[in-house]
Design a protein around this ligand. Structure first.
Ligand code: UD1
Length: 453
């Protein structure tokens, strides 16, 4: 099993380029199969969830080609030869966004069967709002032996008021409705940047979608899509993760190729915590020289504070000078990582859906286990800021959504190695050797800390 071994304690310093947004890419890849002409998708993140999704669409007959086999960030897709409208394999069950194939195939073929989604282990994740949307468009929906099936004689526009603000339901209904007959209105929709990105891609292919990014989306269905060329937006959560990494290690990091507007709630919190933030075009620089200040965080749908960032911030707050609270308002079971952080010396108590955190002046290395994608990233941040060596297990969760994570961290002078080790004694040996050795990675001269402007 691969694990990350991290020797903490050095500030991260330097530049890191942020990849394309995974959650946007998943919606866009699903939309792409609705087109019988070839679409080009750029800035695709090269992460496991995307590879699984590409294999799934290939398995039903979609053409998936990397024009440059050396460059996994540009892919061409054509859905003309899709004959099979049922997607089921052990891999697709592992990713949550497999459900976007239901909306895409229902829209295009008026029928779909998809293995029910898996994804991160962060609580019950119903899809009742997706089903409600498909039914409002005139489709029948039923679930049988771990598969969701939907079919419509006539897919027609409808009115849908979402009972909860759901990213997945918003995108899924938008996909189906974009090829329904007539007009669909969806109210109380999610406004995340990736919802807007998927809508823009659909519009480029000839869909008629208005209002993405507001509370109400109006869609006039069209019969078919045409070729398009789209660049996926930068990953807001990867960007936030590197900002937290810089903050927790009291470093000086510039994230490049980002859209600062998408990071507003994250940057506002970091500023409140005492970080110096400088925005310059598509770059954001963070410098932290003093101990962070405590704060309160409450996760909310966009433009509120993203649930996908709460664990990374909790690590920063674990090291802050005072008491903080983190209230999780989206998922009911997103604090599993707090037990792991406690092993590293953090002082955290969870009551219901709120974590109470008393800042400590340092964390210490330990063997910890990732329970989901973002929790895993948080443990890596904790390891980088801790004294001593940390081993993070179950890193397959992290690899689902972070491209070249260890390489990017090493580029900032962080000491992290991915090692495949089964034997517990061998693991102990590696940890002891790292404890007493110098940094494996020598930060180059130009990465030395420079004062913030
Ligand atoms: C997406 C993101 C995930 C992020 C989440 C919230 C992808 C692939 N994943 O997940 O990283 O954490 O948004 O920003 O984009 N709900 C229902 N019924 C439904 C659908 C959702 O009750 O039919 C509830 C969920 O349980 C949750 C809330 O609505 O409490 C928000 O979930 P949703 O926005 O749908 O999350 P996902 O789209 O699954």
């Amino acid at each position: 099993m691969e694990q990350y071994f991290i020797k903490g304690g050095s500030p991260l310093v330097g530049n890191v380029e942020i990849s394309g947004a995974k959650n946007s890419a998943l919606g866009i890849l699903a939309a792409a199969i609705m087109c019988d002409e070839t679409v080009t998708i750029r800035n695709l993140p090269d992460v496991n969830d995307i590879r699984v999704f590409l294999n799934a669409i290939k398995s039903i007959g979609a053409m998936v080609v990397y024009p440059d086999p050396e460059n996994r960030h540009v892919v061409k897709i054509n859905g003309r030869n899709i004959r099979n409208h049922k997607v089921d394999n052990e891999y697709i069950r592992k990713i949550r966004a497999s459900y976007y194939l239901i909306g895409a195939m229902l829209g295009k073929y008026k029928e779909a069967g998809v293995a029910l989604p898996g994804g991160c282990n962060i609580g019950v994740r119903p899809i009742d709002q997706h089903q409600k949307g498909f039914k409002a468009l005139g489709a029948e929906v039923h679930i049988d032996k771990g598969m969701i099936y939907t079919k419509a004689e006539h897919l027609t526009g409808g009115y849908i008021y979402l009972d909860v603000v759901s990213v997945g339901a918003t995108i899924n209904i938008m996909l189906a409705a974009s090829m329904a007959e007539g007009t669909t209105v969806i109210e109380n929709v999610a406004k995340e940047p990736h919802v807007v990105d998927v809508a823009q891609f659909l519009n480029q292919m000839g869909a008629d979608i208005k209002g993405a990014g507001t509370d109400r989306i109006k869609i006039n269905g069209v019969k078919k899509f045409k070729a398009a060329d789209h660049e996926i937006i930068p990953d807001q959560i990867e960007a936030g993760t590197f900002l937290c990494m810089a903050a927790a290690t009291r470093g000086d990091v510039t994230i490049t190729h980002v859209i600062p507007k998408h990071l507003e709630s994250i940057l506002a919190k970091l500023k409140e915590m005492g970080a110096e933030i400088h925005e310059n075009g598509d770059e954001v620089r963070i410098a932290v020289t003093k101990r962070l200040k405590p704060t309160t965080i409450k996760t909310m749908p966009h433009p509120g504070f993203p649930t996908d960032m709460q664990s990374q911030f909790a690590v920063c707050l674990a090291l802050a000078d005072g008491s903080s609270t983190v209230a999780e308002k989206i998922f009911e079971n997103r604090f599993k990582y707090t037990d792991e952080l406690t092993k590293m010396g953090a002082s955290m108590k969870v009551e219901g859906t709120t974590a109470f955190i008393s800042g400590v002046d340092h964390l210490t290395g330990a063997i910890v286990t990732a329970s989901d994608l973002r929790a895993g990233a948080a443990l890596v941040i904790a390891g980088l800021s801790a004294e001593g060596v940390t081993c993070v297990e179950e890193i397959q969760y992290i690899q689902r959504g972070y491209e070249n994570f260890a390489e990017k961290i090493r580029g900032l002078g962080g000491y992290i190695q991915k090692i495949d080790v089964e034997d517990l004694f061998e693991r102990e040996r590696i940890m002891r050797r790292m404890e007493f050795s110098g940094s494996l990675v020598q930060p180059p001269m130009e990465r030395r800390r420079i004062p913030a402007e």
